[in-house]
Structures are given as structure tokens and as C-alpha cells.
Design a protein. Structure first.
Length: 245
């Protein structure tokens, strides 16, 4: 026959072996405090959680996260889109005013150049005959991206310090005057209006791109003309497409 003490020990062991036993049925354990060299206790006394939280094993995982405004990973999609659109609009404004803050385009992105390239391709292909619309759209798209890549590689091979994507970003954003000229050309068919407009936008795009890239091409020295010539040819071809569309 088991004694009461053994029975009590058995009940306590059953409680400890049972993972579903509540903590209120268990006897408190004595934890010896840690002592530092001065004999002071280093054990921190913490307030135990309430019973209704302890009874719910998922209480600590049920946390509601909200956007703090610092981390962009947990922000709403609408906030991300609005922020990107504001940055694109700010860079387009700097293209219209090249003598402004030239450091804006150093924070490069490809959303603006992609929007401008698609807009230019759609406008020029929309004004073309039906059997040539697809070829013109493809040609404009290839000329813009391939031409920007070739101009950038040429500057890099000549010793320019500009990064590849930053140069593509600048060349793409500087298409904005030419896109505006293409929109005007949809409604104006007079060559005496389209020709000065094409020349003006060509000079504007070239001047803006050279101004933004000049600070990054300081190592070109006397080879600067070799880097500017392909850039002028790039915008000249697009201006000619706008003029004859």
C-alpha cells in the first residue's frame, strides 16, 4: 500500500508530465537567484501574465501590425504608388528646368523612362497607317532602350564615371520634351509648326541630358565630344521620327 507522501509525489509527477495541466495546479518552483561579485542579486523580477492570457496559447502571436511610416515593406500599396508618382513628377520637373537640382536624377529609377517610352511609341504608332503601327511601335521601343544602352556604354568605355542605370534613367527622363512635341504633332499637321517644335525639343532634351551627365563625366576631359556625339544622334533620330509621324 502506497503512503500518502508517495501518492502526493505521484500526483505532482502526473501534473508535470501532463502538458495540458494548468499552471494553477502546479506548485511553484524555487529558483535560486544569480549573485554577482558584490553579492547582489541579478535576477529580474517580472510580473507574470494574467490567467486569461496564459490560458490562450495564441495570445502573444495575435499582434496587429500597422504602418509606421519608416519601413517600406509594410506600407500600403497605394502609399508606394503615390510616392513613386511624386518622384517621377519631381524628376520630370527637373528636366523642364535643367539648371535646378541636378542631384535629383542620381536617385535613378526606370518607371519614368518606361512610361515615357511607351507613351512615345503609342503616340507615333497611333498616327501611322494600320499596317505599319506594330513595326513603328516596336522600332521606337527598341531605338529608345538600345540607344540609351549604347550611349551609356560609349561613355563608360571613354572613362565616364556615370553608372549604367543612372545614365539610362537620365536619357529616358530627358525624352519628356520630345513626348510633348509628339502630342502636339497629333493635332498640328503644319510643317512650319512641327519643324521648329522638333528642333526646339531636340535641343532641350540634349541640353538637359548633357547637363545632368556632365558632373559624372568629369574624367572624359578632351574626349567629351566623343561622348556627346552619340547622345545628340540618339535624340536627333527620335526628333526625326516625331517630325515625320
Amino acid at each position: 500500500m502506497l503512503s500518502a507522501s508517495h501518492t502526493g509525489d505521484g500526483n505532482r509527477n502526473d501534473l508535470y508530465d501532463n502538458p495540458f495541466a494548468s499552471s494553477s495546479d502546479r506548485e511553484p518552483l524555487y529558483v535560486e537567484p544569480d549573485l554577482d561579485l558584490a553579492g547582489q542579486s541579478t535576477t529580474r523580477i517580472t510580473t507574470p501574465p494574467s490567467k486569461h492570457i496564459e490560458a490562450n496559447p495564441f495570445a502573444y502571436s495575435q499582434q496587429v501590425t500597422s504602418y509606421s511610416g519608416e519601413d517600406t515593406l509594410d506600407e500600403p500599396v497605394s502609399t508606394t504608388i503615390l510616392r513613386d508618382l511624386k518622384q517621377v513628377a519631381n524628376k520630370l520637373q527637373q528636366v523642364l528646368h535643367p539648371k535646378g537640382d541636378r542631384n535629383v536624377l542620381k536617385d535613378w529609377d526606370l518607371w519614368g523612362p518606361l512610361i515615357l517610352c511607351l507613351s512615345l511609341a503609342i503616340i507615333l504608332s497611333g498616327s501611322a497607317p494600320g499596317d505599319q503601327a506594330v513595326s513603328i511601335f516596336t522600332g521606337v521601343f527598341v531605338i529608345v532602350w538600345l540607344g540609351a544602352a549604347v550611349v551609356t556604354l560609349n561613355a563608360k568605355l571613354l572613362g565616364g564615371a556615370v553608372s549604367f542605370f543612372q545614365s539610362v534613367c537620365v536619357l529616358g527622363y530627358c525624352l519628356f520634351p520630345l513626348v510633348a512635341a509628339a502630342i502636339v504633332a497629333l493635332f498640328v499637321k503644319l510643317i512650319w509648326v512641327r519643324l521648329p517644335l522638333a528642333i526646339l525639343t531636340f535641343l532641350w532634351s540634349t541640353y538637359a541630358s548633357v547637363g545632368f551627365l556632365s558632373e559624372s563625366e568629369v574624367h572624359l576631359r578632351n574626349r567629351r565630344a566623343l561622348a556627346v556625339y552619340p547622345l545628340c544622334l540618339f535624340y536627333l533620330i527620335i526628333s526625326w521620327l516625331v517630325l515625320i509621324s
